[in-house]
Structures are given as C-alpha cells and as structure tokens.
Design a protein around this ligand. Structure first.
Ligand code: CTP
Length: 130
C-alpha cells in the first residue's frame, strides 16, 4: 500500500487541479489531499479564496481518485501532516520545484509538471475582463 499526499488551495476548481490529482494517484494506491484553509490563504495572499474551505474541501473530496481530505492550517506543518497521514510520497506541482526537498528525510518528494495554460488566477482575470 503506497500512500500519496498533496496540498493546494483548489479554488475555482479546474481541470489542472483534476489532472494533478489523477497523476498523483497513479503513483500509489491511496491519495490524501490537504486543502488550505481560508485563514491560511488570507495570511499568505491578503485575500480570501472565492469558495470557502468547506466548498473547496467538498470539490476535492468528491473527485473520484481522492481517498481522504483534510484542512491544511499551516504551510510549515507539511512534515507533521506527512507523519500524521503516514505518507510515502509527497506530490507537489513543479511551481514548487525544490521547495520541499528538505522533507525527503520523511518521504519521497515528487514534483509533477503543471497543466499548461490554466490557473485560478488566469480564470479570474478572464472573467473580470468580460
Ligand atoms: N496545478 C496544476 N496545473 C495547473 C494549476 C494547478 O498542476 N494548471 C496544481 C498545482 O501545482 C498544485 C495544485 O494543482 O499542486 C493546486 O493548485 P492551486 O495553487 O490551488 O491552483 P492554481 O490554479 O495554480 O491557483 P493560482 O493561479 O491561484 O496559483
């Protein structure tokens, strides 16, 4: 049994999000996803996501390849979550390349390429322009 863990905001849920979850799941058998809290987003970006943490959590939890979800309360607690959920592999998008290499003493760390041409920020920009 290989347990995979990944993290994200997953606001304005889109196909880039689904793609990384599908590819993460292919690396093992059980996929755990940490969805960042509203407070954590406000702390880092000075604005709240469009959708609430409960709505974002629900979108991710109902994605067919996801086995378990939880709310990620602090970016600095990744090591704690890896141990708590007994993860064997941490998957992150390659926008985070090298940033989590220090966790490789706890589990394998893999960066997957992002889906090109789509992001929450870009979707919001397009909607604002219309
Ligand atoms: N992701 C991806 N491909 C994309 C967009 C996101 O693989 N086109 C991945 C990210 O690398 C991350 C996860 O999906 O591992 C959650 O991403 P998140 O930061 O919530 O979404 P973004 O769409 O990147 O949001 P933003 O534009 O606000 O950065």
């Amino acid at each position: 049994m290989r347990r995979i863990i990944t993290f994200g905001t997953f606001d304005v849920y889109h196909v880039g999000h689904v793609n990384i979850l599908e590819r993460a799941k292919e690396l093992g058998n059980y996929l755990i996803v940490g969805v960042s809290t509203d407070a954590l987003n406000f702390e880092k970006k000075n604005r709240y996501p469009i959708f609430t943490e409960q709505q974002r959590l629900q979108m991710v939890a109902t994605t067919y390849c996801v086995d378990e979800v939880f709310l990620e309360e602090s970016l600095e607690k990744k090591g704690h979550y890896i141990e708590k959920y007994s993860a064997d592999i941490l998957v992150m998008g390659n926008d985070w390349a090298d940033k989590f290499d220090h966790l490789s003493n706890l589990c394998k760390v893999i960066y997957l390429p992002r889906t090109e041409g789509i992001s929450t920020s870009e979707i919001l920009r397009i909607i604002r322009k219309r």
